[in-house]
Design a protein around this ligand. Structure first.
Ligand SMILES: Cc1cc2nc3c(=O)[nH]c(=O)nc-3n(C[C@H](O)[C@H](O)[C@H](O)COP(=O)(O)OP(=O)(O)OC[C@H]3O[C@@H](n4cnc5c(N)ncnc54)[C@H](O)[C@@H]3O)c2cc1C
Length: 337
């Protein structure tokens, strides 16, 4: 059998996401990760942008690691149509033959990528939390939680091409932009691929209430240790002082102490703020999957053995009802002076 090390590397595709004509940040996160993998594999990174009218410069991802951009503009790509985007993406994959395809595990990505995988006859590893190149075989190592999130599994795709993975937004950091050169190409796509059996009766974008915790530099999250829903007010006060927002563990959401958009973790959001504070959260692997890329992690827990302390940069061991009010008072005092 031919191994990846003897095969000529054929490049990495990053499928970008366009929203209302703008390049979504997950595109840059995946382009940066693609660059790292390409360095290990000795190949190029191509970022694919499919949309109607582009309001951002399609060359933008070059500064974040792309060597080439494949940009396809067509009125039928203005709004998300699963059938069209899947057919056009499959066409580009079949023409360019990348060995790896990275794509966002957003609502759109989750909807059309299984169809792409079926069209090009390969597998798809969804919601990866880690990606690497096996130095022995050159294969893509696709790591993701499995069996209800209780183990981390590393999946390989040895027999089919491309190796396709989706990754949730904020799983990887956007790298610092660099002064790089690359080319923007507009490949020809057969007009028949823009036909769809789906009738679009209109599109409505729902605004989330309050700021999205994924966009904030400071997230203060609470867990079951808060004991009652009212305790979230304490965290909100701290978050307001630090110009941040409030996150939560799953059991607090299930208990209806706080709405679902605040949930951090495997079945919630992935956040990567400058400061993440876990208050009364034990640090289960499913929670860590949503916050471990934060720059600084502060944990408040009364149990010195709590797993959250293993990932924390600052460990505050004690009663949160004592520690958090003292922190609030201290910050207020600092602000006054
Ligand atoms: C498929 C699957 C998906 C999941 N997805 C998610 C997810 O997205 N997000 C998520 O969070 N969980 C998720 N979970 C649940 C996860 O396994 C844990 O059950 C959950 O994270 C625990 O929440 P917790 O830390 O708030 O509660 P607990 O585990 O009960 O921890 C409470 C902590 O508070 C501390 N504490 C108690 N009182 C105080 C006090 N007065 N002062 C200081 N500390 C105190 C305790 O020492 C303890 O460590 C998922 C589980 C599965 C199976």
């Amino acid at each position: 059998m031919q191994t990846e090390t003897t095969r000529t590397p054929s490049g990495i595709f990053v499928l970008g996401e366009m929203r209302n004509g703008h390049i979504h940040s997950v595109t840059l996160e995946l382009t940066g990760k693609g660059r790292e993998l390409a360095a290990a594999r000795g190949c190029t990174v191509t970022t694919v942008l499919l949309g109607g009218e582009f309001k951002d410069d399609p060359a933008d991802p070059i500064r974040y690691g792309a060597d080439r951009i494949l940009a396809v503009n067509h009125p039928s790509l203005e709004h998300f149509d699963q059938e069209i985007i899947a057919k056009v993406t499959a066409h580009l994959i079949e023409t360019e033959k990348p060995e790896i395809v990275l794509a966002p595990a957003t609502t759109a990505g989750r909807t059309y990528l299984p169809a792409v995988a079926a069209l090009v006859n390969t597998g798809l590893t969804a919601d990866c939390t880690g990606l690497d190149i096996d130095p022995e075989t050159g294969l893509l190592l696709q790591t993701r939680p499995a069996i209800g999130g209780n183990v981390m599994a590393t999946i390989k795709t040895p027999n089919h091409r491309p190796q396709m993975s989706t990754v949730r937004p904020r799983t990887f950091r956007i790298p610092d932009p660099e002064d790089r050169t690359g080319e923007v190409l507009h490949p020809a796509v057969p007009e028949r691929l823009f036909a769809s059996r789906i009738r679009n009766d209109g599109m409505e974008y729902l605004e989330e209430q309050g700021a999205n915790i994924q966009d904030l530099d400071v997230v203060i999250s609470g867990g079951k240790g808060l004991k009652r829903p009212e305790s979230f007010r304490l965290l909100q006060e701290l978050a307001d002082l630090l110009e941040g927002g409030v996150g939560a563990s799953r059991p607090t959401v299930e208990a209806k102490w706080i709405p679902y958009p605040h949930q951090v973790g495997l079945s919630g959001k992935v956040v990567a703020p400058k400061l993440y504070m876990a208050v009364g959260i034990s640090g289960a692997v499913q929670h860590l999957a949503g916050m471990q890329t934060a720059q600084t992690i502060v944990a408040v827990n009364k149990d010195p053995e709590a797993p959250i302390f293993r990932v924390a940069d600052v460990a505050l061991c004690g009663d949160l009802f004592d520690i958090v009010p003292r922190l609030i008072e201290r910050i207020k005092k600092e602000k006054r002076s």
